[in-house]
Design a binder for this molecule. Structure first.
Ligand code: ZN
Ligand code: ZN
Length: 243
């Protein structure tokens, strides 16, 4: 079977203050490691935009351009080397300490719906369902700040975020993430939470067949049409949740 090898959790230095790799460089690194697809999920929260508070042009259009800048650099670089780049986001809502991964977004939506971080999780969840997005909680047990969202509001959650080790998440809490995803029948996600070049460990989501657009991506996520690659071994998502 033809797989599409993907990274679903990636930050660019242009937009995510915590990341060090430019959107222009990330595609080259991933291509070299055998990936076909990366989703740019830059942090989308109040602090992503605060540099613009004193700017002469504080319009949402200007801020949206900023949010999209890392994705656009990545897309332009990827086109030259045959890698697909899709737009995602890692949203943190103002009234909640959690992070949420969103797939299926397009540029028009970023301009059309300003300041999504001011929304509640419930509001965003119903928006995601209306717009066929895929809405997932990121690293639900990373630290004690994280609160598990009602699974009824989610499509999926990260069962494994390889960056948790850098956050010193205890191994038993990393295991609890898998168990929680399994018990609540959520779609399990695997993310390297790429911020720096050394975060690339070869973990991949292996989608069945071609994925070249956001619509196909969200469909395959909802339908669980993927396996995982860990340490160069293919593992089904079902087996992954039991180890
Ligand atoms: Zn970050
Ligand atoms: Zn992240």
């Amino acid at each position: 079977m033809k797989y599409t090898f993907a990274e679903l959790h990636l930050h660019t230095a242009e937009v995510s203050g915590c990341a060090s790799v430019s959107g222009a460089d990330a595609p080259l690194i991933f291509k070299e490691q055998g990936y076909d697809l990366i989703c740019v999920t830059d942090h989308y929260k109040y602090t992503t935009f605060w540099y613009y508070n004193d700017n002469k042009d504080p319009s949402w259009e200007h801020r949206a351009n900023h949010f999209l800048s890392g994705y656009r650099l990545a897309k332009a670089a990827a086109e030259k080397i045959g890698l697909t780049v899709l737009l995602g986001a890692e949203i943190c809502f103002d009234n909640c300490p959690n992070d949420y991964l969103v797939y299926g977004l397009n540029e028009e939506m970023i301009y059309k719906y300003p300041e999504l971080y001011r929304w509640s999780v419930e509001e965003f969840s119903s928006f995601a369902r209306k717009n066929q997005l895929f809405f997932a909680q990121a690293h639900p047990f990373r630290n004690q700040r994280m609160i598990r969202t009602s699974p009824s509001l989610l499509d999926g959650a990260e069962a494994y975020n390889t960056h948790d080790t850098e956050h010193k998440t205890p191994a038993e809490d990393m295991k609890r993430a898998k168990l929680w995803v399994k018990e609540n029948n959520l779609v399990p996600l695997l993310g390297q939470d790429f911020h720096d070049a050394e975060n690339i460990l070869g973990a991949k989501t292996a989608f069945y067949g071609e994925v070249r657009d956001s619509e196909t991506l969200t469909k395959k996520l909802h339908a669980k049409e993927f396996d995982f690659i860990l340490s160069n071994q293919t593992i089904t998502k079902e087996d992954f949740l039991t180890i």
